[in-house]
Design a protein around this ligand. Sequence first.
Ligand code: FAD
Ligand code: NAI
Length: 464
Amino acid sequence: MFDVVVIGSGPGGYVAAIRCAQLGMKTALIEKYSTLGGTCLNVGCIPSKALLDSSEHFYNASHHFSAHGIEMKELKANFTQMIQRKNEVVTQTCAGVKFLMDKNKIQVFQGVGSFIDPNTIKITSKDGVQEIKAKNTIIATGSKPNYFPSMVPDKKRIITSTEALSLKEIPKKLIVIGGGVIGLELGSVYARLGSEVEVIENSSSLLNAMDVSIGKELTKILRKEGMKFHFELQVQTVENLGKRTIIKAKDKKGVELEFESDYCLVAVGRKAYTEGLGLNNVGLSTNERGQIEVNEQLQTSVSNIYAIGDVVRGMMLAHKAEEEGVFVAETIAGQKPHINYNLIPGVIYTWPEVASVGKTEEELNRLGVAFNAGVFPIKALGRARASMDTQGFIKVISDKKTDEVLGVHMISARAADLIMEAAVAMEYRASAEDIARICHPHPTYSEAMKEAALGATENRSLHI
Ligand code: FAD
Ligand code: NAI
């Protein structure tokens, strides 16, 4: 009998397993695929960032190096090598998870995990079927790409993010349906490598859940990089005609438009994945969004079964899944952990990067909270001019009465790392003036954080 069996080895599942083992529990991990790491390591965060980094080097070499005084002749993208390097990064990272499982003495089972009853799980693999016993189970089965009947991926020309990370050629033209995180990251990869990239988005702007200023600025920047955006279009059909795809869409006046491309990436969100889990054998079901319902302890209606990560409500992010993995392990061990869901940073790895934590201006307006906002343009930084990454801004929003920082939104080189200063400050409930009075190293991008905080504090920015 295991104390805890975790189903799914993504960042939620494998981190939960490690924390359970650290807390002295006899732990097993079940993964249906032959490699560990889930979506994030195999077909998500890690491979997409590997290709984003490679394509950014290529873009810089072809567009910016000469301004730095570096002349290059006959630059060309070796896409096969790029994909090969990405595969190596994935292999090494997944092997790292296997190492961690062994180090923590977590028993790994390869196969599909499925409930027989609340304490018995069947594991089905090509080698046969076995059953294991569990006092507690953590479901961490993640998510899969979503799509609509008008845009069913055939995984050849009409593709999801998974295929887009392993193409054999750089598309001449790529139509992306969905201007969300995946559309913008993978659209950027191929735009930088020379594809003509057009994004069809059904709403009126990009990144609607973020501070409105971010979506506007990113649209401007990506347009300059050559990406095209079509807003407020409803896709009617997507067809694979062999070597090309035809996408038919209607604008809001009902006018029909037709797009043609060699590949069409469907990136309209992801849906919780519970297939094959045998939830009905333990009296569990999913809600209308396909998610497993949980209470504040991430416990399902069956008291010894928990669920975490993409398969439950909330942001579909690797670090959110990890936090929930630790939370459930500690809850099972009798501790009283806490997750501050308001302080889960969101990052988009375009260039410049986008990062955000806390409340947006729009949310605060809706809540009727009075605030100050300090905005500092990146181009005013000496460091930005030195490195030629001058686009974007940092916005610090603080409570008008107390000056407590309520939200920070940025689009800047290195924003993915800069955002943590905001998250730490907000976790300790710092005021904008607290951040402004901390000495920030010069010349760095972090000075924009201090300057934006100064801006929110009685409009006292020094360098604008
Ligand atoms: P998953 O990582 O989806 O893992 C679930 C695992 O469970 C899978 O391995 C699956 O095979 C296994 N499984 C399912 N059912 C069973 C079963 N019955 N038995 C056994 N095993 C089963 N997030 C970020 O925070 N940062 C990023 O930069 C980022 N980039 C992304 C890029 C792309 C292209 C995509 C698609 C996603 C990205 N994400 C990113 C989102 C991130 O990958 C997910 O939020 C994260 O992987 C969720 O973790 P999870 O543990 O809940 O599930
Ligand atoms: P998303 O929810 O970010 O974006 C989907 C976009 O598609 C939205 O802009 C939406 O308005 C649009 N859309 C929906 N239906 C449409 C339709 N019929 N026609 C045209 N547009 C339509 O989802 P995405 O990009 O697929 O990513 C899925 C998840 O993966 C996200 O929730 C994200 O959290 C996670 N992810 C995170 C990354 C990161 O943290 N850097 C990177 C990639 C993915």
